[in-house]
Design a protein around this ligand. Structure first.
Ligand code: HEM
Ligand code: ISQ
Length: 154
């Protein structure tokens, strides 16, 4: 399935907007995950022993940014090469982290929905179905690669 130049541009442009307030959007992203799936709280080491979502937690921020950046990078690769290329070592690492943390397949839909809600929040009137479609498509490809790696290590 192809990824158009337009879709790539939409993903890049929206990331440029969200990037301007990392503390806000990383927190929003994370809060959405917990709103959709409260039980997912126990998966995250930086949350397990805190009552509420920690504001300004450097790990939370860095990881949230990585999810957005990797999805953005996936969009670029889908456009350039028609497939996702993540360095083997990165994929193995992400596979093992998620497997060890107890992440299972249905969680990937939760994170996708949280990501989409965060885009909606950040983009305001610039948000539309085309933007959502482009991000969803890139995310799905990336998620598939991570899930496949998790199964291989299982
Ligand atoms: C950790 C990315 C999906 C839960 C991480 C890290 C990254 C990442 C970059 C940090 C690794 C490190 O340096 O320590 C992604 C991407 C995803 C994805 C790109 C999808 C395309 C998910 C899903 C869940 C999840 C679906 C389940 C809710 C976790 C947990 C950790 C983690 C529990 C470990 C955090 C900790 O305890 O420090 N993820 N993730 N991730 N992710 Fe994801
Ligand atoms: C890790 N993996 C997926 C999503 C995340 C969101 C916020 C912080 C860490 C994450």
């Amino acid at each position: 399935i192809g990824f158009t130049e337009k879709q790539e541009a939409l993903v890049k442009e929206s990331w440029e907007i969200l990037k301007q307030d990392i503390p806000k959007y990383s927190l929003h992203f994370f809060s959405q995950i917990l709103e959709i799936a409260p039980a997912a709280k126990g998966l995250f080491s930086f949350l397990r022993d805190s009552e509420e979502v920690p504001h300004n937690n450097p790990k939370l921020k860095a990881h949230a940014v990585k999810v957005f950046k990797m999805t953005c990078e996936t969009a670029i690769q889908l456009r350039e090469k028609g497939k996702v290329v993540v360095a083997d070592t990165t994929l193995q690492y992400l596979g093992s982290i998620h497997l060890k943390s107890g992440v299972i397949d249905p969680h990937f839909e939760v994170v996708k929905e949280a990501l989409v809600r965060t885009l909606k929040e950040g983009l305001g009137e610039k948000y539309n179905e085309e933007v959502e479609g482009a991000w969803s498509q890139a995310y799905d490809h990336l998620a598939l690669a991570i899930k496949a790696e998790m199964k291989q290590q299982d």
